[in-house]
Design a protein around this ligand. Structure first.
Ligand code: C2O
Ligand code: CU
Ligand code: CU
Length: 505
């Protein structure tokens, strides 16, 4: 062959290689934005709207009392653009505004019920009098209203509010009722951490609901499995949005994570596996930040997270829930490096373990219609339930509005032992919640509690065969009737709940 042609062919071949390599590289070089969008888009709903921040509820000062107005109402909310669904909300179509006040305040929350059914409004995690607690007895009839008046005697924390209408809580929450409460105190204000609401201090309300293929909210309906495990929706929402985006401008971002689902468990992590710091549990700050790369959040629980994005100027990552990207976080080019992770956050003293247990709570399956092999009493308690389906009980009993299970003297700390006695089936857990208090977990399965279990909690999660001992303080100013219950709302609604009365003597 002519040498000249040979060289031409070789040169063309090499050129073709270079061009194709270039083209391949170019194809991979899509922008971070496009990459994230394609990664988080679900077939049904491919949107990336800015994360909606529930507005901060305004108040008036009336006779030195911070007075707030809430209105439970029906709404039309678009989970998917241009596809309205019938929903419930406080002061709007869905969820509710964030209520913010400080330790030392006197607060009155005036709640109007403009729904076509009765409801109650409970301040979950609030250390408030029974008359203001919003439990099953504080019923607000349709068209009626109610005042919850209390002194704020607890430290800075993230609480939440939701309906507590007996046997209807699950459905009313599913339809959209729920909101966040932020309590500030001197300590929280003095820490050099993000506290600009909606800017660097961000509510993250996680829930699941069932959407139809076109994006309409399906009616609340539970399968037989969900009667056992609790309702789990087919779509995950953050602040009632699917796959929203959050643009951040500061080196640290504070995420107030609330699991407001009926029953789901959420494992929260970030797409690059980075570590973050957990700074607060249900009842306020831990003494020190806890560094983790995954945080498990059961229903009703709150954790505050500090996410450090200082190395990410101009870049993005996703917050993943159970491994799926659910929130894109974009860091600005010019990040304001203004915050610092404190070494110390609080000065809590953990209650010490005690050999004396004041009360025992056994969580068990009652009857179960032969389904789960429950060993509890099959008798009339089960016939008293709404559906005759498997029901969970506390100490063999179902909830009864008329029965106060025990009295507690206020101004004391009681030691409670809670056991998930195991025959409730595999994979079944119960988040056990107590009103009126923020407790210490002093022992878990016979051992010192984990770091995350330290601090203050109003809900402790018990998986099969777990036992927790909690030290439960009751403030001397509190009186009234309160609930304790499983916070899987389907369990609560069929009667996995009891009540106690706080008394002064
Ligand atoms: Cu979140 Cu009895 O409540
Ligand atoms: Cu509560
Ligand atoms: Cu339960």
């Amino acid at each position: 062959m002519n040498k000249k042609y040979f060289y031409i062919i070789i040169t063309l071949f090499v050129l073709a290689m270079i061009v194709s390599i270039f083209l391949i590289l170019k194809k991979e070089d899509v922008s971070q934005d496009q990459f994230l969008t394609s990664k988080i888009a679900t077939p049904k709903i491919a949107i990336e709207e800015s994360l909606a921040i529930p507005e901060l509820l305004d108040y008036r000062i009336v006779d030195d009392i911070k007075t707030f107005e809430l209105n439970a109402q029906e709404g039309d909310y678009e989970f998917v653009k241009d596809v309205p669904s019938k929903t419930y909300g406080y002061n709007g179509d869905i969820l509710g505004p964030t209520i913010r006040f400080s330790e030392g305040d006197t607060v009155n929350i005036h709640v109007e019920n403009n729904l076509n059914e009765q409801t109650t409004t409970h301040w979950h995690g609030g250390v408030v009098p029974g008359s203001a607690d919003g439990g099953v007895h504080n019923i607000i009839q349709s068209g009626d209203d109610w005042n919850a008046r209390f002194d704020v005697i607890q430290e800075a924390a993230t609480l939440w509010y939701h309906p507590h209408q007996h046997e209807e809580t699950a459905e009313q929450v599913y339809k959209g009722l729920g909101g966040l409460i932020i309590i500030d105190d001197e300590n929280s204000k003095s820490l050099n951490i993000p506290q600009e609401y909606g800017i660097d201090d961000i509510p993250i309300i996680i829930q699941s609901k069932d959407l139809s293929d076109e994006g309409k909210l399906l009616p609340y309906q539970i399968s037989h499995m969900e009667e056992i495990h609790g309702f789990e929706g087919n779509t995950t929402f953050i602040n009632a949005q699917v796959n929203p985006r959050l643009d951040v401008t500061t080196n640290l971002v504070r995420l107030r994570v609330l699991n407001a689902s009926n029953s789901d468990v959420y494992n929260v992590s970030f797409s690059d596996g980075r570590k973050f710091d957990v700074i607060a549990s249900d009842g306020g700050f831990y003494n020190e930040p806890i560094s983790l790369d995954t945080l498990e959040v059961f229903s009703a629980k709150r954790f505050e997270i500090l996410l450090d994005v200082s190395d990410m100027a101009g870049e993005a990552l996703t917050m993943n829930i159970n491994g799926e990207p659910q929130l894109s976080i974009y860091a600005a080019e010019n990040l304001d490096q203004k915050y610092e992770l404190p070494e110390s956050l609080n000065t809590l003293v953990q209650a010490s373990p005690s050999d004396e247990i004041d009360r025992n709570f056994d969580l068990e399956l009652l009857g179960g219609g032969g389904m789960m092999g429950g060993s509890g009493a099959m008798g009339d308690s089960i016939e008293n339930t709404r559906r005759g389906m498997p029901v969970y009980a506390i100490n063999g009993q179902l909830f009864d509005m008329e029965r106060v299970d025990f009295d507690v003297k206020n101004d004391t700390t009681e030691y409670w032992k809670i056991t998930n006695i195991g025959d409730t089936g595999p994979g079944l857990f119960h988040p056990f919640h107590v009103h009126a208090t923020q407790f210490n977990i002093v022992e878990f399965n016979g051992k010192k509690p984990s770091k995350l279990m330290e601090g203050r909690h109003d809900t402790v999660v018990l998986e099969k065969d777990d036992t927790a001992i909690i030290a439960v303080p009751f403030d001397k100013s509190l009186e009234g009737v309160y609930m304790y219950h499983c916070h899987i709302l389907e369990h609560e609604d069929v009667g996995m709940m009891g009540q106690f009365e706080l008394r002064s003597n």
